[in-house]
Design a protein around this ligand. Structure first.
Ligand code: FAD
Length: 304
């Protein structure tokens, strides 16, 4: 966790950021995690994944929006994305971030933009995942999600097993009947709010995953951790849970071997596909969670 905080800090340094964005040495790694910078390229990637048997969630990248016009524009982009998904007949839902829709500008700003996106998705019979962000936003994201859910049950949200508060939040969402995507958590969090060690995070994930499989509404198990994936398979089988009643979710470009194997075994498998020009914060989180990615970057930093 300390390493993650450090990497995320370094990633914010303008010189490092500039180098990553423009160096030809890092482009391969960027392309591995990001589907492209424009909507049509992302839709083509989604079509290809559909043909390989995957479901898809498209994420138009962006977060921490500080201007109301940008937040409105992001909501417009999502509505356009929903329309293009329908026109092209792609089997894809969307995944959004409330700070992109203006949460830092106020609850009401985010609420208005979110509702426009949810209403468009409802009209088009599509589904919206509301991503979870850093712990300073957790309460507001859950409150807004829970407020909207009764009117827009075509939505689900995310819980992070590294947060101490997650068991209570999980009960709240189970009570509501909403779909939940369980992840370990990708942000640098202080030890006052989150488990600082991987072992505890993995243990919490396992406990919450079991609870979700027992009680959840089509839960989404979002991890590349093969030990947890195997445990989910065994636990679901023990519960007699049909493979259509839960879903594995993985990130574009990560553990493609596992992705293919899940589909081959007949599991519902969704790939989270990020695209857009504002890919840097998402990309830096992918680097921070895997030392090998960082070593690759550092090796190339001293090349030339
Ligand atoms: C579909 C999906 C949606 C997500 N949505 C959110 C969200 O809304 N909010 C949030 O905080 N987090 C989100 N995450 C990220 C999540 O919190 C973790 O940071 C991320 O999934 C890595 O953890 P892991 O469960 O794969 O386990 P880890 O123990 O970190 O990794 C297990 C294995 O996966 C592989 N792996 C993991 N990460 C990488 C990487 N970056 N590069 C290469 N290989 C890697 C490695 O083989 C590693 O050994 C999401 C993840 C997924 C899969």
């Amino acid at each position: 966790m300390l390493t993650r905080a450090l990497v995320l800090k370094v990633a914010q340094m303008p010189a490092f950021k500039n180098w990553i964005k423009h160096s030809r040495w890092t482009q391969g790694l960027v392309q591995r995690f990001i589907a492209g910078e424009d909507l049509e390229t992302a839709l083509s990637v989604a079509c290809r994944l559909n043909n390989e048997g995957f479901l898809v969630a498209l994420d138009y990248l962006g977060e921490d929006t500080t201007r109301a016009e940008d937040a409105q524009q992001a909501a417009n982009q999502y509505i356009q994305l929903l329309e293009r998904i329908a026109q092209r007949g792609v089997n894809a839902c969307i995944s959004i971030k409330l700070t992109q829709l203006g949460l830092d500008l106020g609850y009401e700003v985010a609420r208005e933009n979110l509702e426009r996106v949810l209403a468009a998705a409802k009209d088009l019979k599509n589904f919206v995942w509301v991503d979870m962000e850093s712990s300073k936003h957790t309460q507001a994201i859950l409150d807004l999600f829970c407020e909207m859910f009764p009117k827009y049950p075509n939505s689900g949200t995310v819980l992070q097993s590294y947060l101490y508060r997650t068991p209570q939040d999980l009960e709240r969402l189970l009570e509501l009947g909403a779909r939940v995507r369980l992840v370990k958590g990708a942000y640098a969090e202080p030890r006052e709010v989150a488990y600082p060690d991987k072992k505890s995070v993995d243990r919490q994930f396992r406990i919450q995953m079991e609870r979700l499989l027992e009680r959840g509404n089509e839960p989404a198990i979002a991890t590349h951790d093969t030990r947890l994936i195997e445990h989910a398979k065994r636990y679901a089988a023990r519960l007699g849970l049909d493979k259509s009643k839960f879903e594995f979710q993985l990130l574009y470009g990560i553990r493609r071997d596992v992705q293919k194997q899940l589909v081959a075994e007949g599991y519902r498998t969704l790939i989270y596909v990020p695209y857009g020009e504002q890919w840097y914060p998402y990309f830096s989180r992918r680097i921070a969670e895997r030392p090998a990615n960082l070593y690759f970057i550092l090796r190339n930093l001293f090349r030339r």
